[in-house]
Design a protein around this ligand. Sequence first.
Ligand SMILES: NC(=O)c1ccc[n+]([C@@H]2O[C@H](COP(=O)([O-])OP(=O)(O)OC[C@H]3O[C@@H](n4cnc5c(N)ncnc54)[C@H](O)[C@@H]3O)[C@@H](O)[C@H]2O)c1
Length: 321
Amino acid sequence: MKEFKDKVGFITGGASGLGFGLAKVFTEAGSKIVIADIRQDHIDEAMEYFKGTDASVHAIKLDITDRKAFARAADEVEEVFGCPPELLFNNAGVNTFGPVEATTYDDWDWVLGVNLYGVINGITTFLPRMIKAGKGGLLYITSSGGGLMGSPGCVAYSAAKAAVINMAESYRMGLQHYGIQVAVCCPGGIKTNIGESAKIRPDHLKNSGYIEDEKVINALNNVYEKVGIDPYELATIVKKAVENDKFYILPPGMGRELVEMRNKELLDSIVDAPPMTPEEMEKMAEGWSYMKDVGGIKEDLDWVKPAPPRPMGPPNIKDKK
Ligand SMILES: NC(=O)c1ccc[n+]([C@@H]2O[C@H](COP(=O)([O-])OP(=O)(O)OC[C@H]3O[C@@H](n4cnc5c(N)ncnc54)[C@H](O)[C@@H]3O)[C@@H](O)[C@H]2O)c1
């Protein structure tokens, strides 16, 4: 996607950090942006910034774990801008740190609720509307370097971030024929307010195994401030990557070595498996062809285009050779 002018964009967590950076970069490119955020103070600050510009920005207070509120937000976008978003940025996230064995159900439910289900809710709310609008678009997800390798200090966060990378891969393959481009960004540190996540942990999920007091929040703010990339700079990298049709966006600070280390260990762990022969590949492809009666679509899903036939499994290795 090269042109962003007049396109409507919806950014979760759009009032702070990377989301706010994306809002700045894409309004500067002429997009009309909705920033959706759970924190009213972040929304107020962000809108104050845009007051001094000619950007077209609308703010919605939204908790992305609330599906009904998400549907209302989607209606509001159409009322305000006349169409569903073409650019969907699933960006909002929260984090908390502590040893794996101290992780409670509340830690899991909160962190997965926002970082995984929040993305699921965004996509499931908007995708049918985007497809019906028939203009194609962009489905973007902010994951994390943590999604590329587990972290013993934030197991739930890493798990959620790994899951959304995998989800992005599935959507990328499944949405090609709608002209919907998919991209997933895996940053290392960013200079943002994510260290303050504990402040918005909902009351019913407060039973954490970790200490999340002011001292910890200050320490985290300090870390992100010291090691993080500037959110506007990162948002600019994201825009450029989207223009160049990149799927994985691994910005500076992510650590090439980490990716190499993980992938090398995976490759080195393939047990007793020489490269597949053409016959073996043929057989594998044949296996998927037996799936042709699986994955049918109910008629009331009026946005789903039945053609062309779509694979239900991973890409055919034969095609990659
Ligand atoms: N900061 C980093 O070092 C870092 C590194 C890798 C990935 N990320 C990812 O970047 C994304 C953006 O985070 P950030 O670093 O800009 O943090 P941030 O805290 O500055 O911005 C995130 C925004 O999301 C909002 N938010 C949180 N929960 C929400 C909910 N339930 N509903 C709606 N909005 C909600 C917050 O209020 C906040 O305004 C996140 O997905 C995060 O996991 C951050």
